[in-house]
Design a protein around this ligand. Sequence first.
Ligand SMILES: Cc1cc2nc3c(=O)[nH]c(=O)nc-3n(C[C@H](O)[C@H](O)[C@H](O)COP(=O)(O)OP(=O)(O)OC[C@H]3O[C@@H](n4cnc5c(N)ncnc54)[C@H](O)[C@@H]3O)c2cc1C
Length: 408
Amino acid sequence: MSDSVLPPMTRVGVIGAGVVGACTAYALHKRGFDVVLIDKGEPGEGCSFGNLGAISMSSIVPLATPGVIKSAPSMLSDPNSPLFLPLRYLPKAAPWLARFVMSARPSVVARNSAELVKLHAGAVQAHADLTKEIGVPELLVHRGQIHLYPSKAALEGDSAAWKLRHQHGLKFRELDAADIAEMEPRMGFRYPVGIFLNDDATILNPLRYVQAIVAAFVSAGGQVWKREVHRLERKESAGWCIHSERGPEDFSQLVVAAGAWSKQLLHTAGIHVPIESQRGYHVQFIGGGSLISRSILLTDKKVFLAPMETGLRIGGTVEIAGLQSPPNAKRSLILEGMARDLFPELEGMATTHWMGHRPCMPDSVPKIGSTGLPGLHMTVGHGHLGLTDSVLSANKIVESMLKEVRAT
Ligand SMILES: Cc1cc2nc3c(=O)[nH]c(=O)nc-3n(C[C@H](O)[C@H](O)[C@H](O)COP(=O)(O)OP(=O)(O)OC[C@H]3O[C@@H](n4cnc5c(N)ncnc54)[C@H](O)[C@@H]3O)c2cc1C
């Protein structure tokens, strides 16, 4: 499987078996590294468990924009709004929020948007190739994505974002109510206008996808260890040591891919990355997966609908409340109500509710590559688009690590 010449015993530990870490471990193993994938829980059961499955190459507008900064203060204090920050968490979130506000300057938005374009380019093809390679091609459907607006005025209100996408060469077309009803008959004529993004795709079961990547990694000879890593230590000789409940264990190189928990872990090695959890929720209906045929964004409610193989999933929203506080059941009940209002067919159908921690950078651009310390790498801060960017981020890490190995 290997196509590179590496020094013997180049043992790499990848910490975090979410979609980002799983893709990283798989890609590194393919390039000849001896890889151990480490997670405190089961692979794929962090944030990657419950995302909406959208491979969203068109999501190139960073979260922090002048428009969001204008509307955020009124939304943040309303527990029913799609963006919520409980007052008790404000002091903790303040430094991150300050950076978020600074990232909303138009010149910074333009620069970060260009970064996101580069990062996402080719993502759908990369996922199509990977799903085939690991034997789960049925998990990817390439039917584009629809963004629905409650009025023409609302669409015009978003014109800066569409202009930016146009400038970056992304293809999309406007839909009227009849187009929407034709493409998604169960949505009917509820929304008068929408935008169709042909190039995007959907993964129909994000958890099964991670499990399949990990299974392919293991059957190719990779190892998975269950450990909670508490601390990273740089060895005097060379390499790194992880400290967990199993005691110290040595690696020649480490990759931190621990999602929203990466900030604390990197901190133990003296690396500071401003990651904040943006908690998101989903409601999974046990059935109803065929009510829609592709990922749909309801822009007025700021939620996604996804046709999962396990049933209809509705999710989204942002709650900035840290890693410790328990999920707020009220927020997912709001999502359930929205889905039931849209689709009477969901009457009587059972649901499961979930909350996950999106690992978010203030400027929406993940950190992928060397930490600056020899042998310590990171692929963190993928925010709202970790599924989209997972495969291509893994390639970037491989290149960065090969460069370092060759240079030593
Ligand atoms: C509601 C919602 C909808 C979303 N929809 C989409 C979407 O449609 N498309 C998209 O591209 N993205 C989407 N996302 C974002 C996407 O899910 C995340 O960006 C992605 O899952 C992050 O992956 P990750 O591997 O970095 O983190 P995680 O999946 O959280 O994985 C991190 C792993 O690290 C492990 N870990 C943490 N600390 C330690 C430690 N100390 N020791 C050992 N292991 C540790 C955890 O157990 C976990 O398994 C969505 C997110 C949410 C919440």
